[in-house]
Design a protein around this ligand. Structure first.
Ligand code: ATP
Ligand code: MG
Length: 364
């Protein structure tokens, strides 16, 4: 059963990947990949989607395609096990989006909570690009063209997957069982569902400039951790501190494992005891931040080092992506053949249709 899983996810090439991407989706993809618990795995760079809100900045998207590819490889995605590709190189995705547009109403798109928040975030006011407004439809095409069963993403993507499921149900109801309804795979650790930014804002996001990037240098990471948002009322070491909404503790929830205490801070047996001390008072932010820094350095160092290795042969990465695009395109093309057949727009390969029509006209 498990071997039937087809996994698909992607990221927008609007910047380098950060630790929010890592805990929200990337770490899970690598785990799934290495467990071999799937039939196929597709990971794509959503350049066409990135252009929907960066239409006047194609150079930014172009530059970041390779940055994201490097982050993928550095994090442990392996092109011999997963197909890595670039969205715009698969024209079948546009075709499928075009058909899906008839299955979704404008009001349904307007109600999509992610679209709502993202429109607000981008200050489009009344000039929302149609392509941006309809991106849940193109996302449905990305997922279904590969018959993905499982989509590992952060919580912000939940309404997107729900909308995809609706499109699939509607398509299959009208045209017959053709497409697969995907399931969302959320991180099982609550802190990873939507990792906050270093400024304490609700979501670490490239667009908000509150990120720790996977490729940040050791110094940059340390600096960012030092200036991180904690509990604004925890002024003196002796003051009781608050854990809720304290970003340093949220990051510890996301990254800290029992062995980190053995290695870096054996005064505490586990995170619960550390939290209890902080809440009682008598524990300063700097000590907790120092511990977090040790953990982040341990986590990020191998990623950073692998990235440096891959950076030495950039042409090889483009070559790998080109091969990935070819493989991905084959799969998408096969699905589109089925889609066209179900939608009765496969005129030329339908021998029966031609014979039937010939008979109809000869009888008249
Ligand atoms: P942009 O600001 O351009 O939208 P982003 O930082 O939101 O960029 P995306 O490329 O939109 O990143 O998201 C890629 C994947 O990473 C999605 O699965 C998303 O759910 C996940 N993700 C992004 N930010 C976070 C976060 N802070 N916590 C958990 N998951 C996240
Ligand atoms: Mg986003």
């Amino acid at each position: 059963m498990a071997k039937e899983k087809i996994i698909l996810t992607g990221d927008r090439p609007t910047g380098r990947l950060h630790i929010g991407h890592y805990v929200g989706s990337l770490r899970r993809r690598v785990e799934l990949q290495n467990a071999g618990d799937y039939k196929k795995m597709f990971v794509f760079i959503a350049d066409a989607q990135a252009l929907t809100d960066n239409i006047d900045n194609p150079e930014k998207v172009r530059q970041n395609v390779i940055e994201v590819a490097l982050d993928y490889l550095a994090a442990g995605l392996d092109p011999t096990k997963s197909t890595l590709f670039i969205q715009s190189q698969i024209p079948e995705l546009c075709e499928l989006s075009f058909y899906f547009m008839d299955l979704v109403t404008v009001s349904r798109l307007q109600r999509n909570p992610t679209v709502k928040t993202e429109i607000q975030m981008r200050n489009f006011e009344t000039s929302i690009p149609v392509g941006f407004f309809t991106y849940p439809i193109s996302q449905a095409a990305d997922i279904t063209a590969f018959k993905a069963t499982t989509v590992p993403v952060g919580e912000d993507q939940e309404p997107m997957i729900e909308q995809t499921r609706e499109i699939v149900r509607r398509f299959n109801y009208i045209y017959g069982e053709t497409l697969v309804e995907p399931e969302i795979l959320l991180p099982d650790n609550a802190a990873c569902l939507r990792l906050p930014g270093t400024d304490g804002k609700a979501k670490m996001s490239k667009s908000l400039g509150n990120c720790i990037y996977l490729s940040d240098s050791a110094d940059e990471v340390q600096k960012k951790i030092k200036s991180m948002y904690t509990d604004p009322n925890h002024l003196r070491v002796t003051d009781p501190g608050q854990i809720e909404g304290n970003t340093v503790f949220t990051y510890l929830d996301a990254f800290c494992r029992p062995e980190h205490f053995e290695r870096y801070w054996n005064e505490y047996p586990n995170l619960d005891e550390l939290k209890a001390h902080y809440q009682r008072g008598g524990l300063g932010d700097m000590k907790v931040k120092k511990f977090l820094n040790e953990i982040m350095q341990e986590t990020l160092e191998p990623i950073r080092n692998r990235r440096k290795e891959f950076e030495k042969d950039i042409p090889a990465i483009y070559d790998m992506l080109k091969k990935g695009c070819a493989t991905a395109r084959e799969t998408a093309a096969a699905t589109l053949d089925e889609v066209r057949r179900s939608m009765k727009i496969n005129y030329f390969d339908d021998v029966e249709l031609i014979a039937e029509q010939a008979k109809r006209f000869s009888a008249e």
